[in-house]
Design a binder for this molecule. Structure first.
Ligand code: NAD
Length: 256
């Protein structure tokens, strides 16, 4: 018996990076997977890959920053899945450029907040009532180590947005704890995905980022996904409102 046999999971941002790795891993563990992502072609490719491997997956193109699109996506997910046992609200952006706060444009600030913060809330506000009516469920939101600490890398809006994800996660967890809906956040260190490929292509930057982690390396998407699967599973039945750091010792080495 696979770990998530007969379970369904909704994953935002499942067309690439951490979300894609999550989709493939959940499917491998027997879950029916529903991917919502703004990138239609890439999302359809992940679904085809899962279905080719004998799993069951669906895709729906969604901009999670738009309430009407999220509402339609949730409706479609329920249509295909029948119920939503687990949700991984993972889609996010870091912004097109790194800049000190004083140089950030209003539209850049707004887009990061709309996707990283409002998008997570728009998804949770539809997922939670469904899970409550089902008698329970589990939600994992992707924050970041930059959701619990700052940085001088010029990522101010991203840092603020990920702190908000942690706050939103804790507030929701407390509000719905007695309804059997567990809500946690995962806080990755730097992970090798398309989001940061541009940075990692600069050799000096890659070395700098590697050295930030006590383990001396960047994480893989699969290493984040293992934590997400555990938080989503019944093994974590007494865990809610937690911001789980998975960062190769990046935060722990701050003083060294
Ligand atoms: P990625 O860019 O590889 O994947 C992000 C996915 O989200 C893409 O498929 C993209 O199309 C989708 N997406 C973006 N905007 C969207 C929108 N408006 N609506 C729906 N989908 C949208 O990035 P990743 O590294 O896999 O990031 C996943 C999550 O992990 C993000 O929330 C990110 O902030 C977080 N994170 C990443 C790192 C890292 O180093 N890569 C570190 C910490 C946290």
């Amino acid at each position: 018996m696979k770990r998530f046999e007969d379970k369904s999971v909704l994953i935002t941002g499942g067309a690439a990076g951490i979300g894609k790795a999550a989709a493939l891993t959940f499917a491998g563990e027997g879950a029916t997977v529903f991917i919502a992502d703004i990138a239609a072609e890439a999302g359809e490719r992940v679904v085809a890959q899962i279905n080719d491997l004998g799993g069951k997956a669906y895709f729906y193109r969604t901009d999670i920053a738009q309430a009407v699109e999220v509402d339609a996506m949730i409706e479609r997910a329920l249509h295909h899945l029948g119920r939503i046992d687990m949700a991984f609200n993972n889609a996010g952006i870091s912004g097109k450029r790194a800049m000190p706060l004083a140089h950030i444009r209003e539209d850049e600030w707004d887009r990061i907040m709309e996707i990283n913060v409002k998008g997570v809330w728009l998804c949770m506000r539809r997922q939670i009532p469904i899970m409550v009516s089902q008698g329970g469920g589990s939600i994992v939101n992707t924050a970041s180590i930059l959701g619990v600490t700052g940085t001088a890398l010029g990522l101010g809006p991203y840092v603020a947005s990920k702190h908000a994800v942690v706050g939103l996660t804790k507030a929701a967890a407390v509000e719905y704890a007695k309804k059997q809906v567990r809500i946690n956040a995962v806080c990755p260190g730097f992970v090798e995905t398309p989001m940061i490929n541009g940075l990692l292509d600069i050799p000096a930057m890659r070395t700098k980022i590697e050295k930030m982690h006590a383990m001396g390396r960047i994480g893989s998407a699969c290493e984040i996904v293992r934590a997400v699967l555990w938080l989503s599973s019944d093994e974590a039945s007494f865990v809610t409102g937690h911001d789980m750091v998975v960062d190769g010792g990046c935060l722990a080495r701050a003083a060294s």
